[in-house]
Design a binder for this molecule. Structure first.
Ligand code: NAD
Length: 350
């Protein structure tokens, strides 16, 4: 990273792609999972708040801040399920890390790709504690932008190598299968959710629809599976039938946020859930038996983004993939901000 004080390293989308490809996507996911686990172990040292969401008829724009007392981070992220019809992403994001001691930003980066990577790494971390022993087959329902990342994280972290894909748009499943062709999976494109979950030990739901959808019905969920519910992440936007929740051991990121946004918005506000950090820190058990249905009610929490930002900042110590952004005013005398403007005016006029 640059030593110059008045410039901020900036990772563009192009640089992020170079960074991920230089590291290798599976290595990147494994290392990122390690950063997330390390930060979840020190969960209590973070400032935590449910994200600040601004809802509209078509979607949501959210700010996700946190700090460990030394470094501050936030992510700007949107969720607009109808965007893909106009050729836009459902989810786009960027984020900032800053030095708490000075308040100066130390990194600005795209986070659309990074969010897909961190969401998948987070899911795989949850899978490490909640999936059945030796699970190798995963159904993925919803084969959009997040789907390949989910598949690769479960492969790299847990050894999943059989995929059963389903999407209401078959072309989405076919594209996902094509994109993953070189990664050593045995892939089946399925004609229904019921077909996709056949024989799957892990079911990832990652659809986008701005409503209380029922992607999985209770009769499709057999004993002992791990459900990685990723797409239900907003008030009024869920994927699982309520009866599934009543049969499952439910694991969440940050309870106050998940009560608002997760599948558990369908349950009583005191329905018991376990925060995943407690499992990772060894304070609470994860999966309790081979027959338990475990659910990771993923909504995405600020600490995961913090981990991702921290990982990228550390990578930049050895990788050249960033630009220097002139983001900080830096007058010779700190209080002479206006003088700096005057000197610039004179130089412009000359
Ligand atoms: P996307 O729009 O690229 O893909 C969504 C896919 O779901 C599409 O291919 C669509 O055809 C399919 N789909 C919609 N309804 C379906 C149904 N009933 N059955 C099967 N398939 C269906 O979106 P994306 O970027 O892949 O994101 C997917 C979801 O994950 C979104 O809801 C997003 O908000 C959420 N998300 C969650 C997190 C998290 O941390 N939990 C992070 C990122 C994204």
């Amino acid at each position: 990273m640059t030593a110059r004080l008045n410039v901020v390293p900036f990772v563009s989308v192009e640089s992020m792609m170079k960074l991920v490809n230089a590291v290798g996507v599976e290595r990147f996911l494994v290392d990122l999972a390690g950063y997330i686990e390390a930060d979840f172990r020190r969960w209590e040292s973070f400032d935590k708040t449910p994200r600040v969401a601004s809802h509209s008829a078509e979607g949501v724009i959210e700010l996700m801040p946190t700090s460990d007392g030394e470094v501050y981070g936030f992510k700007y992220v949107n969720g607009h399920p109808k965007n893909t019809r106009e050729g836009r992403q459902t989810v786009t994001a960027f984020g900032v890390l800053a030095d708490v001691a000075t308040g100066y930003p130390v990194l600005l980066t795209e986070m659309t790709i990074l969010t897909a990577l961190r969401t998948a790494a987070m899911s795989a971390v949850a899978g490490r504690y909640l999936a059945p022993e030796g699970a190798r087959t995963m159904a993925i329902v919803g084969n959009g932008a997040q789907s390949e990342f989910q598949a690769l994280a479960f492969k790299a972290v847990l050894g999943v190598d059989r995929l059963r894909l389903y999407d209401i748009d078959r072309q989405a499943s076919q594209r996902c299968a094509r994109n993953l062709a070189g990664y050593g999976f045995d892939i089946t494109v399925c004609g229904s959710v019921a077909d996709a979950v056949q024989g799957a030990e892990i079911v990832t739901t990652v659809t986008a629809d701005k409503q209380n959808a029922t992607i999985l019905t209770d009769n499709l969920v057999g004993a002992g599976i791990f459900i990685n519910g990723v797409g239900g992440d907003c008030p009024g936007k869920t994927e699982l039938h309520r009866d599934i929740l009543l049969r499952s051991g439910i694991f969440v990121e940050y309870t106050p946020q998940t009560r608002i946004e997760g599948e558990i918005q369908q349950l009583a506000p005191d329905h018991p859930v376990t925060e995943l950090w407690e499992v990772i820190a060894g304070r609470k058990p994860g999966r309790s038996s081979a027959t338990q249905i475990t659910l990771f009610d993923s909504v995405g929490f600020a600490i995961e983004d913090f981990s991702a930002l921290r990982y990228v900042r550390d990578l930049l110590a050895t990788q050249p993939y960033c630009e220097e952004l002139d983001l900080l005013a830096d007058p010779d005398e700190p209080r002479d901000l206006f003088g700096m403007l005057l000197r610039a005016q004179a130089a412009q006029a000359a």
